[in-house]
Write a protein that binds this ligand. Structure first.
Ligand code: FAD
Length: 384
């Protein structure tokens, strides 16, 4: 079915923006993506793509490429800092239930797969959107170098600090989670690191690691901190080594083996869910409107799902306003549930009081598997 738009401009060449452009082009829409970065560099980070995201990628024709490039996650564990197991989950079972695996992949590899699905010239680098305007006939985006472009639709997929969102909804304020996160990628032969996916909970800090291919492991670490206390690249490694000293194997080894210059740091923010995601011919997608804390590993998965729903609504509705309102109505409850659930998991995971942490750990040990599986099934078993 033909889309209600002929030409679309996507702001932001992240996972959400690229998937949107792919979906739009597959629906016959002329789509271009403007990305502020001069070049796409995605060092130091991996990503978990759950079955729900793999299903969405299958609709874009990209699931097999992602499955074949990344690593299948078969099982995961939550442990204490000294390595005692609090809970185990079998991701392999989820594949049987929902028909797609859970995949961990390097972000750069995912980007390459998405980019290879777009004709040369679709992605325009070094283009920072600074302002938008619209009238009945179209919408225009203005860039910092004075250039402009005009289209029937503008999709703001410009991430958690979205310029597009700030222009459309200046009153919306991000919510700081109370913790910061560091990430890194290490090449290793250590079997413990390449084996079971792991998240270890201390008091006010967590450390997780998972294999992203045959020889690389992605790790992440969190700590309760006031917003904005960013460490320099040089400080990050020694800070983390001191903070996670004595944690179970292979945590110290992973930190010691990580190139200090490639450790990323992000303060973790989300946005309390809102119902309206666009105005007129401008619509938001991904972290620009439904950013979520990373506790469920669902932020990028949500962006991919949203891209599929947006392009489908544009193809199935007969007017732009009905297509955009349908997209919001379909996506809002789903992303709101993930955002709030993930926020709650993060609060509990980051408890800093030792007594509360001991209670939490006991609670996790005693929680029946079925309770965890129910939440996971709602997140992962979603049908688009
Ligand atoms: C520590 C951590 C771990 C995570 N782990 C996972 C996980 O395991 N699984 C998962 O699904 N998600 C995870 N996420 C979330 C995931 O990274 C995001 O949800 C996802 O990247 C959102 O994609 P996006 O395309 O909406 O935004 P982004 O990836 O932020 O992309 C936005 C793009 O827009 C560009 N841009 C910004 N402003 C402008 C402008 N004015 N003009 C032009 N371009 C602009 C940016 O340069 C960027 O390239 C994690 C996040 C963090 C912080």
């Amino acid at each position: 079915m033909a889309s209600v738009v002929k030409r679309a401009v996507v702001i932001g060449g992240g996972i959400g923006g690229l998937c949107t452009a792919i979906g739009l082009q597959q629906a016959g829409v002329e789509a271009v993506v403007y990305e502020q970065a001069e070049r796409l560099s995605q060092v130091g980070a991996g990503l978990t793509l759950w079955a729900n995201a793999i299903k969405a990628l299958r609709k874009l024709g990209l699931a097999d490429a992602v499955i074949n490039t990344g690593a299948k996650i078969e099982r995961g564990e939550i442990r204490t800092a000294d390595g005692r197991t609090l809970s185990r989950s079998e991701q392999g079972e989820l594949e049987q239930l929902f028909g797609e695996p859970t995949i961990a992949i390097h972000r750069a590899d995912l980007h390459d797969i998405l980019l290879s699905a777009l004709p040369t010239g679709t992605l325009r680098l070094g283009a920072r959107c600074v302002r938008l305007e619209q009238d009945e006939a179209g919408a225009a985006t203005h860039f910092s170098d004075g250039q402009t472009d005009r289209a029937d639709l503008i999709v703001g997929a410009d991430g958690v600090n979205s310029v597009v969102r700030k222009q459309l909804f200046p009153d919306l304020k991000l919510r700081y989670s109370g913790y910061t996160a560091w990430r890194g990628v290490v090449a290793t032969r250590d079997e413990a690191a390449l084996g079971t996916t792991n998240e270890s909970w201390g008091c006010g800090s967590r450390f997780g690691f998972l294999r992203i291919d045959r020889e690389r492991v992605y790790w992440f670490a969190t700590a309760n901190t006031p917003a904005g206390q960013m460490l320099t690249a040089a400080e990050r490694k020694s800070h983390l080594q001191a903070r996670f000293k004595g944690w179970h194997h292979p945590i110290e080894m992973l930190l010691a083996s990580t190139d200090a210059d490639e450790i990323l740091q992000n303060d973790i923010y989300d946005l309390e869910p809102v119902k309206r995601w666009g105005v007129g011919r401008i619509i938001l997608l991904g972290d620009a409107i439904h950013p979520t804390t990373p506790n469920m590993g669902q932020g990028a998965c949500m962006a991919i799902e949203s891209s599929v729903v947006l392009t489908r609504s544009l193809a199935q509705e007969s007017t732009l306003p009905t297509a955009l309102r349908r997209y919001e109505a379909e996506r809002m409850p789903r992303t709101a549930w993930i955002t709030e659930q993930s926020w709650r998991f993060g609060r509990i995971g980051q408890w800093g009081n030792p007594l509360a942490c001991a209670m939490r750990n006991l609670m996790i040990r005693l929680t029946p598997d079925s309770v965890m599986k129910k939440t996971l099934a709602k997140a992962v078993g979603y049908e688009l």
